[in-house]
Design a binder for this molecule. Structure first.
Ligand SMILES: C[S@@+](CC[C@H](N)C(=O)[O-])C[C@H]1O[C@@H](n2cnc3c(N)ncnc32)[C@H](O)[C@@H]1O
Length: 287
C-alpha cells in the first residue's frame, strides 16, 4: 500500500513543514535541538496551547506564533512547553559532597573568595528550584561550621513557569524525600494541611537565592561579577556540540580563575575547545 505522506501528516496534526518551521525556530531561540524523532512529543506538548487559544490547526498556530503579537504574547508560553524541566533535591548527590568537602575549602585556602569570604554560586538552568535550594542547604551548613563564610546563589532559567514555581518555594512532601533528616528539620516548614501535605523552604534559605530569567543564547548574560561556582547540570544535553562549546566558553568568561563548573553526570566536555580541566567526574576547573 502506498501512503500519501501529506495525508499521514494531516492525520497527525503537525505537518512536516510546520514541524520544520517550529524546530528551526526553537533551535535558534533556545539552542534546543529538535530532530524529527521529537515531532510527536512537540505536537503533544503544544496541543494544550491550541486548545486554550481555540485554534484548530498547527499551521494557524505557527502563523500566530510568528506574528508580531505572537512573538510578544505566545513565545514565552511556547518556550515553557518545549523545555524539559525534570529535577530533584540532592540530584547527583556526590556533587554536593565534592562542593563542601573539596571545592569550597580549596577556594577558601587560596583566598579566592577575597577578604569578604563571600562565595557566589550560579545555578544555570535551575528549573523549579530544587538545585539552588539544595545548594543553599549545604552551603548554609558549611557557613554554620565556618565563621565568617557567606554565600549567595544566582538561579536562572529560560522558562518563566518554572521560575514562578521556584520563587514560591513550596513543594509536595514526597519531593523532599532525598533531603537528609537534619536538613529537613532546619530548612523546611511543614503545612498544617494533612490531606495535602506541602513543605516550604525557610525564609533564611530563600533570601540567599536570587531568581532571574536568562536565555543561554543571549550574547550578554548581564552578570557583572565573577562567580566561583557554576552548576549547569542536565542542560547542555539538549544542545548540539557547537552550541555546547559556545555556551561553555561564555560560562568561562563569567567564572573566576580557579572557579569550578559542575555538569550533569551524562554530560561531557571531551573534545570541546574550552579552558577547563577535569578535577572529578563531570566537575571541571577554570585554568
Ligand atoms: C532538565 S532541567 C535541569 C535542572 C537542574 N539543573 C537539574 O539538573 O536538576 C533543564 C533546564 O534548562 C532550562 N533551559 C533549556 N534551554 C535553556 C536556555 N536556552 N536558556 C536557559 N535555560 C534553558 C530548561 O528550562 C530547564 O528548566
Amino acid at each position: 500500500m502506498i501512503v500519501d505522506p501529506c495525508l499521514s501528516d494531516r492525520a497527525s496534526g503537525l505537518t512536516s513543514s510546520d514541524f520544520s518551521r517550529l524546530s528551526q525556530f526553537i533551535y535558534k531561540q533556545c539552542g534546543i535541538k529538535m530532530p524529527i524523532a521529537k515531532k510527536t512529543m512537540l505536537e503533544a506538548r503544544l496541543q494544550k496551547r491550541l486548545r486554550i487559544l481555540q485554534i484548530t490547526s498547527f499551521t494557524e498556530y505557527c502563523d500566530y506564533l510568528f506574528s508580531k503579537a505572537g512573538m510578544e504574547e505566545e513565545l514565552i508560553k511556547m518556550i515553557d512547553l518545549v523545555t524539559t524541566n525534570k529535577t530533584d533535591f540532592f540530584r547527583e548527590p556526590d556533587h554536593f559532597d565534592y562542593l563542601v568537602r573539596q571545592a569550597v575549602p580549596e577556594l577558601e585556602s587560596r583566598q579566592q573568595l577575597g577578604v569578604s569570604r563571600r562565595l557566589l554560586v550560579w545555578s544555570a538552568g535551575c528549573s523549579t528550584g530544587e538545585e539552588p535550594y539544595t545548594l543553599s542547604m549545604v552551603l548554609s551548613d558549611y557557613a554554620e561550621a565556618h565563621a565568617g563564610f557567606s554565600y549567595n546563589i544566582l538561579a536562572t532559567d529560560i522558562s518563566t513557569r518554572v521560575l514562578d514555581k521556584a520563587r514560591t518555594a513550596v513543594y509536595e512532601e514526597e519531593r523532599i524525600e532525598p533531603v537528609p533528616l537534619s536538613m529537613k528539620k532546619k530548612y523546611l516548614l511543614r503545612s498544617k494541611d494533612r490531606e495535602n501535605p506541602m513543605v516550604r523552604i525557610t525564609p533564611e534559605l530563600r533570601e540567599k537565592v536570587h531568581f532571574k530569567r536568562l536565555n543561554f543564547m543571549d550574547n550578554d548574560f548581564g552578570i557583572r561579577e565573577h562567580v566561583q561556582i557554576i552548576f549547569c547540570r542536565n542542560v547542555i544535553i539538549y544542545f548540539d556540540r557547537n552550541t555546547q562549546e559556545c555556551l561553555i566558553n561564555k560560562f568561562c568568561r563569567v567564572l573566576a580563575p580557579g572557579g569550578y563548573l559542575f555538569m550533569g553526570h551524562s554530560e561531557t566536555l571531551n573534545g570541546l575547545n574550552v579552558p577547563l580541566t577535569p578535577v572529578f567526574p563531570t566537575v571541571y576547573r577554570k585554568l
